[in-house]
Design a protein around this ligand. Structure first.
Ligand code: ATP
Ligand code: MG
Length: 456
């Protein structure tokens, strides 16, 4: 339904085959600020309604041809946002009450009493306003969900397009991609842009939970299923009923559990731990992993038939290296988040620093970028993040801290100031933060360290 910008632009359709009665109704409602159209029978009413998309229809029950009840059913089907009010003779009050159950917003007995009609109109108007508000809210939530993934590169646009295309369906989606590429965001978007948005999104991290607990976590248990199970508990599958279940790091799931998961995916049925009752759920499954499942399948660690079920739609999140052109947008996004989080008014980034960020390889992807921005913000000297605030070289070789190897990897072209900065920080880290020791290691005085770090 086209939105009504103001409550005064609400549209109403009056349906009655008796011209005098129609005219009277028109006069009754004219003070209520609706844009009013009229129709003499159900066919005409349908035609006009499809065109006008009225917020409210008031129809007589007795019409030539199709009656008011039939019209109500048609509108509920074709224009679900339209409220329908029925005019009824004394004899059909009982059926009119039933019509309320079928979705009519109210009924009014004929002959129509003006103040009764106006009271009912105002009630309907409140309902319509609420509906429009909800609609508006939903549109805003949808728009917000679309914006969760920052980036305008072809790679990100492609991801956004795929999500938009499949969110509405029920197919299982498998999200692949390196760590920190936004897999969890993609899963959330799939949920929020889909038909299940108002139902729960339940997340299970298959890696964070010890193997033996994961099964009870996912499928629940009955009282006495194991020592300590003093009460029955529903699992994540049940909690996600009608909604979405996000199985994160699915590559880490053990084979026994993979078999049980496969069964639920095949027929929607499972039993709780220690229980016999077969339960069924309606759940959309979205899963993600940063390990190469194909390899895990090859090594016999992941069931191919399960992967086949999970991977109905395959969504691959690009590594940040593949969309470095999004770095400025992402940096601006994180600056905004940091400004809000730290409650600082001015926080910018120099164009040189931005260039440095765009030339980095980002093994930790967007998460690493977010962390680098946060760290640089903590280290900044002014309101602008400079190249020297980023210690990127060391970051690009994670898990092999340069200082334990007694080496720092520094890319050619790194500004001297940044080299110095990183050398000092690496020395400090290697000495557990002891500035005297670090100074001795670097052959400078502790005072120089304080000065260089802007603390002196
Ligand atoms: N395109 C993006 N736009 C905005 N923020 C992003 C984007 N991609 C990732 N992020 C942010 O980066 C961080 C990591 O994202 P997320 O948790 O979705 O990654 P992941 O792929 O699930 O990683 P992992 O495999 O390590 O779990 C989050 O803070 C997320 O908000
Ligand atoms: Mg994740």
């Amino acid at each position: 339904m086209p939105p009504a910008d103001a409550i005064s632009s609400l549209r109403m359709l009056l349906v009655d085959d008796d011209p005098a009665s129609l005219h009277l109704l028109e006069r009754f409602v004219e003070t209520e600020g609706f844009e009013v159209a009229t129709a003499r029978n159900a066919e005409e009413a349908e035609r006009i309604a499809l065109e006008l998309q009225p917020h409210l229809v008031i129809t007589d029950i007795i019409l030539p041809g199709k009656d008011g009840f039939a019209l109500l059913a048609r509108f509920k089907e074709k224009l679900p946002q339209t409220e329908v009010m029925l005019l009824t003779g004394h004899a059909s009050v009982e059926r009119a009450v039933e019509a309320i159950r079928d979705g009519a917003c109210d009924y009014i007995e004929k002959p129509v009493n003006r103040s009764r009609l106006i009271a009912s109109l105002r009630k309907a108007r409140q309902q319509i306003a609420l509906r429009l508000e909800n609609l508006d809210l939903r549109e805003r939530l949808t728009a917000q969900a679309r914006e969760m993934l920052v980036g305008q590169s072809a790679a990100i646009e492609g991801v956004r397009r795929t999500i938009g295309r499949v969110a509405g369906g029920n197919m299982s989606v498998f999200i692949a991609g390196e760590s920190g590429t936004g897999k969890e965001i993609a899963a959330e978007m799939l949920h929020r842009l889909g038909a299940r948005a108002r139902e729960p999104l339940v997340k299970v991290s298959c890696a964070a939970i010890p193997e033996n607990l994961l099964e009870s976590e996912m499928f629940g248990y009955e009282k006495g299923a194991f020592t300590g199970a003093s009460q029955a508990k529903a699992g994540k599958f049940e909690m996600a009923h009608r909604g979405t279940l996000f199985l994160d790091e699915i590559g880490e799931m053990n084979p026994g559990l993979q078999a049980k998961l496969l069964r639920v995916l095949q027929d929607g049925q499972f039993t709780r731990l220690g229980g016999n009752e077969v339960r069924s759920v309606d759940v959309r499954v979205v899963s993600a992993t940063n390990v190469e499942v194909e390899k895990a399948i090859g090594a016999g660690k992941f069931r191919e038939d399960l992967f086949y079920r999970l991977n109905v739609v395959h969504l691959r999140m690009p590594s940040l290296r593949e969309h470095l052109d999004d770095v400025p947008l992402l940096a601006a996004h994180f600056l905004g988040l940091l400004r809000r989080k730290l409650n600082i008014e001015k926080l910018e980034i120099s164009s040189e620093a931005l260039k440095l960020l765009q030339s980095h390889s980002w093994p930790g992807n967007v998460r690493e970028l977010a962390n680098a921005m946060e760290r640089a913000t903590a280290l900044r000297r002014g309101s602008t993040l400079e190249t020297s605030d980023f210690a990127l070289g060391a970051e690009s070789v994670p898990k092999t801290p340069a200082f334990t190897e007694k080496q720092l990897v520094i890319e050619l072209g790194t500004p001297l100031e940044a080299v110095e900065d990183r050398m000092i920080r690496a020395a400090l880290a290697a000495c557990g933060g002891d500035k005297e020791k670090a100074a001795a290691m670097l052959g400078i005085s502790a005072r120089t360290i304080y000065r260089k770090l802007g603390e002196g």
